[in-house]
Design a protein around this ligand. Structure first.
Ligand code: NDP
Length: 344
């Protein structure tokens, strides 16, 4: 059973040398009378929050009671979210062939007693990898983060950072469905093209080519920004604060530019929150999982009717998982980064 193991805790930027690919024996039979389920892992989700778990201690302010945010154990396989298939089960709620998504260890097969945080795949008639993205955690983040936290109104001006990623590409499309004007920032020419041609953003720009982010935002939002969906933090947030409109909203979903820093960067333009009566609201997707059915009922038809598109970047083979995960921090991924461990 191939596994991805954390070799040592990370300070600063993680590298492939922090991980090892190891092999251990596995028994694929669930013992009679136990509550064991044996999963074959198909798709792993590469998510920026996993960086927090590679550090030796919790981040300041992080929820210490939630196992999803606790540091990994050095020498053990790492875990995250993914899609799996039941290959054997002695548990009454699972049977061979069931497809599930939820918490998963980064290994080929997982033997789990009394699985928790696992959901049956409600519709297998879409690519199964979608349950790591548009129909999984990033989809729920984009959906409630935009519609609930941002309270959008038709005609408003929306800005999205890390706009071509797992979450950002959806926020932009949800904003268009809500009748907003939407501009995205991303880190390459290819991503900028994708935003405009595939996801229907009104405008997009490569933030890496802009010396002055404030000037860039003024170019794209001469009347200012009503809604900012914050994925990156740091300098981008500072520039956005100079361009918010009266009673604008900022949904703070994440700040990936800060995740590899030992000390967070300072943000300077905070008085604009006062002048412009801006509401900044942070949120964590876990709070919205109880509303998954509501999300699914809306988004699945949008996918099937072609109202929203979803771009994935699929790395093949478990041994390529560390590189795929680390690529999130250099912007190597184009769309949702997934690792395909097995097709079925
Ligand atoms: P993405 O698919 O967007 O991948 C990460 C992207 O971040 C990279 O491709 C890169 O894109 C960009 N990036 C990396 N480093 C930097 C940097 N230093 N400055 C600016 N951009 C950078 O990831 P997700 O869509 O999965 O996540 C997006 C954000 O949403 C993250 O901040 C994540 O933590 C957050 N999130 C929050 C959740 C919540 O519950 N609040 C749940 C899920 C995600 P580019 O080439 O454009 O620079």
């Amino acid at each position: 059973n191939k596994q991805i193991v954390l070799k040592e805790y990370v300070t600063g930027a993680p590298t492939e040398s922090h991980f090892a690919v190891t092999t251990t024996p596995v028994n694929l039979k669930a013992p009679e009378g136990s509550n064991v389920v044996v999963f074959k892992n198909l798709y792993l989700s590469c998510d920026p929050y996993l960086r927090g778990r590679m550090s030796a201690v919790h981040r300041e302010g992080a929820d210490k009671t939630d196992p999803e945010f606790t540091p990994y154990r050095v020498g053990s396989p790492i875990s995250g979210l993914g899609v799996s298939k039941v290959v054997d089960s002695a548990h009454p709620d699972y049977k061979k062939g069931d497809l599930v998504w939820g918490g998963v260890t980064w290994e080929e097969y997982s033997v789990v007693e009394n699985p928790k945080g696992i959901f049956k795949i409600p519709d297998p008639d879409v690519p199964l990898s979608y349950y790591t993205g548009v129909l999984g955690m990033p989809g729920v983040t984009a959906y409630f983060g935009f519609y609930d936290v941002c309270s959008p109104k038709k005609g408003e001006y929306v800005f999205v950072s890390s706009a071509s990623g797992a979450v950002g590409q959806l926020v932009g499309q949800f904003a268009k469905l809500a009748g907003c004007y939407v501009v995205g920032a991303a880190g390459s020419k290819e991503k900028v093209e994708l935003l405009k041609s595939k996801f229907g953003f009104d405008e997009a720009f490569n933030y890496k080519e802009e010396d002055d982010l404030d000037a860039a935002l003024k170019r794209y939002f001469p009347e200012g920004i009503d809604i900012y969906f914050e994925n990156v933090g740091g300098k981008m947030l500072d520039a956005v604060l100079l361009n918010m409109r009266l009673r604008g909203r900022i949904a703070a979903s994440g700040m990936i530019s800060q995740y590899n820093l030992e000390q967070q960067e300072g943000v300077h333009n905070l008085m604009n929150i006062v002048y412009k009566r801006v509401r900044i609201e942070g949120f964590v997707v876990l709070d919205f999982f109880p509303r998954y059915a509501e999300f699914f009922g809306k988004v699945l038809p949008w996918i099937k009717e072609g109202k929203i598109a979803y771009v994935e970047d699929i790395a093949k083979g478990l041994e390529n998982a560390p590189a795929a995960l680390l690529g999130l921090f250099s912007g190597r991924n184009v769309g949702k980064q997934v690792v395909e461990v097995a097709r079925e």
